[in-house]
Design a protein around this ligand. Structure first.
Ligand code: PXL
Length: 293
């Protein structure tokens, strides 16, 4: 199998582990080539830091797309996340049209968390994100983003297993789009995702132990593992299970270390969990060079 290739359309934040600084190492560890297309360059992410810089890359993005098209590039997935301007919605729609081919389109409709919209997101951007999400094969909203996509107040989102099932089914565009709703716990002490798989028409939950502390960027970690697993041929449910377990392992480790929430999860030492041993890439036994006697 040739190395799968993903176009990753997210911001690059210098400090605070999210978006591209998460997607690049995770996809690489999974044996997937990650081609970054930054939507903005920030000194840090916008959650919990004051005075961050923000360089909007909107004008550069169509130029990158033009060059990629001239090279005849194709991607096994187009994977988008945090966007830097309302105008980028149209740019990403064009990118999806031009590069989706037979690949999968994963849109993480990044807009907010814990009932609050992120600082740089305007109502126009949120409306645009809902439009962009219509082009996706798979969307990965958290509960806040699900409420925004459904146009309902966060506090009125249905809860419990039946409620969460109804949310993903309503978000599925009558069964045409897969939905992985993150941060969906079915009982105290559990968390995970409620998933609607458009290829089977089934709704199922994946659950794991909940780490009580929240960390920045876990949605990006989750969606990056999910995208890598999908392009490596896993089913949606298997991919969601991998993503949920990796996020849990990262959050457990980070909670034990008492790191500040805004620094994200300390995932780097755990990247090996996503990598198959090098020997599994070969049917030859390892060859050792011996010194001549
Ligand atoms: O993790 C989502 C995210 C991505 N990128 C930037 C952010 C956030 C959330 O705050 O600020 C720049």
């Amino acid at each position: 199998m040739s190395t799968p290739r993903v176009a990753a359309i997210h911001d690059l934040s210098g400090f605070g582990r999210c978006s591209l600084t998460v997607a690049l190492p995770i996809l690489s560890a999974m044996g997937v080539q990650c081609c970054p297309l930054p939507t903005a360059f920030l000194s840090t992410h916008t959650g919990g830091f004051e005075g961050f810089t923000f360089l909007d890359m909107t004008d550069e993005m169509p130029e990158v797309a033009r060059h990629w098209a001239s090279l005849g590039l194709r991607f096994d997935a187009v994977y988008s996340g945090f966007l830097g301007s309302a105008r980028q919605i149209g740019v990403v729609e064009d990118l999806i049209r031009d590069f989706r081919g037979d690949g999968v389109v994963v849109v993480d409709p990044v807009m907010g968390d814990s009932g609050t919209v992120y600082r740089t997101y305007t109502p126009e951007m949120c409306a645009g994100m809902a439009r962009l999400a219509r082009r996706a094969d798979v969307i990965t909203p958290n509960l806040t983003e699900a409420a925004l996509l459904l146009g309902m107040p966060y506090g009125e989102l249905p809860t419990g297993e039946a409620g969460l099932r109804s949310v993903v089914e309503r978000l599925s565009l009558e069964g045409r789009r897969s939905v992985v709703l993150t941060g969906a716990g079915l009982e105290p002490g559990a968390t995970g995702a409620m998933c609607f798989d458009a290829s089977t028409g089934r709704t199922e939950a994946v659950q794991t132990r909940r780490v009580e502390q929240d960390f920045h960027g876990t949605g990006d970690v989750f969606s990056s593992v999910l995208t890598g697993a999908l392009v490596r041929g896993m089913s949606l449910m298997e991919a969601a299970g991998e993503a949920a377990e990796f996020v849990r392992a990262c959050a457990e480790r980070t909670a034990a270390e008492n790191l500040p929430m805004r620094e994200g999860v300390d995932f780097e030492p755990l990247l090996g969990l996503l990598t198959r041993p090098a020997s599994s890439f070969s049917d030859q036994p390892p060859h050792f060079q011996r010194d001549a006697d």
